[in-house]
Ligand binder design. Sequence first.
Ligand code: PMP
Length: 393
Amino acid sequence: MPALSTRITTLNNDGSDGWEVFYRARQMVAEGQEITELTIGEHDIRTDASVLEAMYTAAKAGHTGYAMVPGVAALRDHVAARVQRGTGVPTTRDNVMITPGGQSGLFSAHMAVCNPGDTALYVDPYYATYPASLRAAGAVPRAVETRSRDAFLPQRAALQTAAPTARSLLINSPNNPTGTVYPRATLEMIAGIAEDHDLWIISDEVYDTQVWEGTHLSPRALPDMAARTLVIGSMSKSHAMTGSRIGWIVSSEEVVARLIDLATTTTYGVPGYIQDAALFALERGAAFEAQVAAPFLRRRSLALEILDQQQIVRAIPPGGAMYLMLDVRATGLTGEGFANALLDAHKIAVMPGESFGNSAAGHIRVAMTVDDARFADALRTLCDFAKALTVDT
Ligand code: PMP
């Protein structure tokens, strides 16, 4: 056959997509083994029945044809009002494009701001799709490393080293995989560097309704930042709508107009009945979002209590999101070694920190996505396992 494009064959050019333990666990499930899966960021509840009703009602009423490429006006208006409330920056539907999920937003945002070959920065540890998403858009991804002891917050020196040759910086707060919520001082430091080096900021805010400590702040809210910021939003996490593929990008009118040109040649918009259901879900307000987020807050407290009773596994208490990042270096294993051993010994699947970059080496990410009792049991087993490993070595 003719050769495939370099772009597609080098998407994961580090040779691995970081999901090996996850696939091994899924294979074990397929073989009939009972595995406690604490791997991907998927709620243990399904999309609320009322949202599905709204979807069905919209579809039956005929909203099954082509929808407007930038999104349904009422949904764009609602998102604009929400973002304006959250940032204080005047925002209208012309600042909003509806996307099929945050993932599509990440790709489109980089398509909009990076020329082929431009350096696109992202903060390590990172959500596993980031480097490939940036490569898919033709950019050259470059990681800005952080440290566990800085709560995985990017530091000025590392950003200043990387910024001069870069076109864009992708940040993610609340963060997957670390749960870190960027404080104002970090965002102001980032804003200063973005201005000094004329960088675009792409701000992945898909966990903005899951904040346990501090408050969510968008770089769009900082003085003069709206023009150089593209905010990625999604209803996957906030409304347990992962499978509906619905999110948005918020930016300047000029950027959004270009994004609409791109969407016309790629997704051609998002199904109208999904958008109607999304609007319905958003209109259910903050109480509904708190209800979707509540299990993670509860399990976070459970976990911190369990982890407090031992000294081997060190937690970096998550400020937000649905994950725990645990330092397992005291066991002498890598994150990958620990995750594989835990899966074999106790049928508990977690993600190796290495799947999310060098900065999370020697850590594991635990998704808080099974019911409370099972979650607490799994964590206790994990801690006992770590202790036994430490005694053995
Ligand atoms: N960004 C982050 C940080 C994520 O964790 C995810 C999903 N796990 C996404 C973006 C993409 O989410 P979606 O495409 O479902 O909106």
